[in-house]
Design a protein around this ligand. Structure first.
Ligand SMILES: [Fe+2]
Ligand SMILES: [Fe+2]
Length: 472
């Protein structure tokens, strides 16, 4: 195992691909299909080149190289975090045994399913973001969009590598399917609901990278704990790339809020529409939507499948190593969200079956930190308005609250009342049309759209007015 990626190969990698001719050939025959998919479903805006980072190393320091690259020539590669030869399984019935370097036969189907589901989200987001380039608010933002896109493409490579290397013919077939399903498609949609929603504007993009990419971070965090070592090492490195996607979302919403605050103060009005900014209540509605659909991604409150994945070692908890318990959980219980006599409440279940709820709670706590940041911007701007995360029962389509309706404050309401009032809480056609009307491209170096504040920092020490993207 080498840390430095081999870029002399057709497929850059740090997994000694040249030593396995069959695997190398199989992946090289998938590569043109991937590139065809990228051409037809990837970024639609033509570019000459983009200032992108490319992974060259998986170590702590200096793993990325920055430079202007033509996007179709981006070197998508396969990078696993370095192997720890002494790594032991950290939880479940195999706790303390050496991590697996091969897939145990009895867990093959389940592991393959987990990898396919993760793999399916990666290209889905590229598809969802396909048309955003045409309305980018600045070259800096355009560059960030493309960075996210190429890395989601690389994450697809990461999962396809595992499928090819460890799951034989079925794995290769699944790798093909990952290119055939498409976000929002009628006949072959992506597996998870949130990945079939469109990302039609940049406010949605920032909310998506904040809330939905963050779901990805938590899912990867559980797979990083996996007893299947190649999956663990793949996810460990993906998480490093994912941090940039989080940054794009967090600072993106920061900058929208900041601009709205500026306009509100400058003109001493809540009516920022007249001045081309996004009203706080519209920001809140977008937040409500993206947060609630992202909560659905964590699945039902209880799941025997997930209990089983944990017990056998396929999928751990977020930060498993830091938990102070026996890491087996066979005798523990926990409270999970539930409808109790028709009311929003909690119920006690065996800890193992409640693991989806455990992960969702970690995620929610993390989401709170964003809201805190954005509220600090409001506070420092001297405004009394605040943003908030809606209640966990709000707008849910999966789990205990999927059959009921609730306000953002968690008050249960009838379907009729929901229909009557939902325009207060979720983006309406009017809101969406307004936000879309702001999405006029600013492709001029150093300029930025009026609805968004410039970033505090550029990329890799470059200034905001750097030529991040060259357009034809
Ligand atoms: Fe990803
Ligand atoms: Fe991501």
């Amino acid at each position: 195992m080498t840390t430095t990626a081999d870029y002399s190969e057709k497929i850059p990698n740090n997994v000694d691909l040249h030593e396995d001719r069959r695997l190398k050939r199989a992946l090289e025959s998938w590569q043109p299909n991937f590139l065809r998919w990228w051409e037809s479903m990837g970024p639609a805006l033509p570019t000459e080149d983009v200032y992108l980072r490319t992974a060259v190393n998986v170590g702590r320091e200096g793993w990325a190289h920055f430079g202007h690259v033509a996007m179709r020539d981006y070197r998508w590669g396969i990078f696993l975090a370095e192997r720890d030869r002494d790594r032991q399984i950290g939880f479940g019935q195999h706790k303390g045994e050496p991590a697996w370097q091969k897939v145990p036969g009895e867990y093959r189907a389940d592991l393959q399913r987990l990898i396919v589901i993760q793999g399916d989200t990666e290209p889905a987001s590229v598809e969802q973001q396909r048309n955003l380039g045409a309305s980018a608010p600045s070259l800096y933002d355009l560059r960030n969009l493309f960075q996210v896109n190429v890395e989601e493409g690389r994450h697809l490579w990461a999962m396809v590598y595992l499928l090819h290397a460890y799951f034989g013919r079925e794995g290769r077939e699944e790798a093909e399917e990952l290119l055939h399903r498409n976000s929002g498609s009628e006949d072959a949609p992506r597996i998870l609901g949130a990945f079939n929603e469109e990302t039609p504007d940049w406010l949605s993009f920032f909310m998506f990278t904040y809330f939905t990419d963050r779901d990805g971070k938590y899912q990867l965090g559980t797979l990083k704990e996996s007893a299947f070592d190649p999956l663990s090492r793949t996810c460990e490195f993906m998480l490093k790339e994912e941090a940039h996607h989080m940054m794009v979302g967090t600072t993106g919403v920061d900058r929208v809020v900041e601009r709205t605050v500026q306009v509100m103060r400058e003109h001493d009005t809540d009516d920022v529409v007249a001045h081309g900014a996004i009203p706080l209540d519209v920001i809140q509605k977008y937040l409500n939507f993206h947060y609630s659909v992202s909560l659905d991604l964590f699945g039902s409150e209880t799941s025997t499948n997930v209990a089983n994945y944990y017990t056998v070692g396929l999928k751990g908890r977020w930060m498993e190593g830091r938990r102070r318990d026996d890491h087996r959980l066979t005798d523990d219980s926990m409270m999970v969200d539930a409808l109790v006599d028709g009311e929003i409440g909690e119920t006690e279940v065996a800890a193992l079956v409640g693991l989806n709820s455990d992960l969702r709670r970690e995620y929610i706590a993390d989401c709170e930190s964003g809201v805190k940041r954005w509220n600090r911007i409001l506070e420092e701007g001297g405004l009394s308005s605040r943003l908030m995360l809606p209640h966990i029962a709000f707008n849910r389509r999966v789990g205990a609250f999927s059959g009921i309706e609730a306000t953002p404050l968690g008050e249960r309401i009838s379907t009729e009342e929901w229909e009557r009032r939902k325009a207060q809480w979720l983006p309406t056609e009017v809101d969406k049309t307004y936000v879309r009307s702001l999405m006029q491209p600013v492709h001029e170096r150093g300029k930025i759209a009026a609805w968004l504040a410039p970033p505090r920092q550029g990329i890799n020490g470059k200034p905001f007015d750097y030529d991040y993207v060259h357009l034809p």
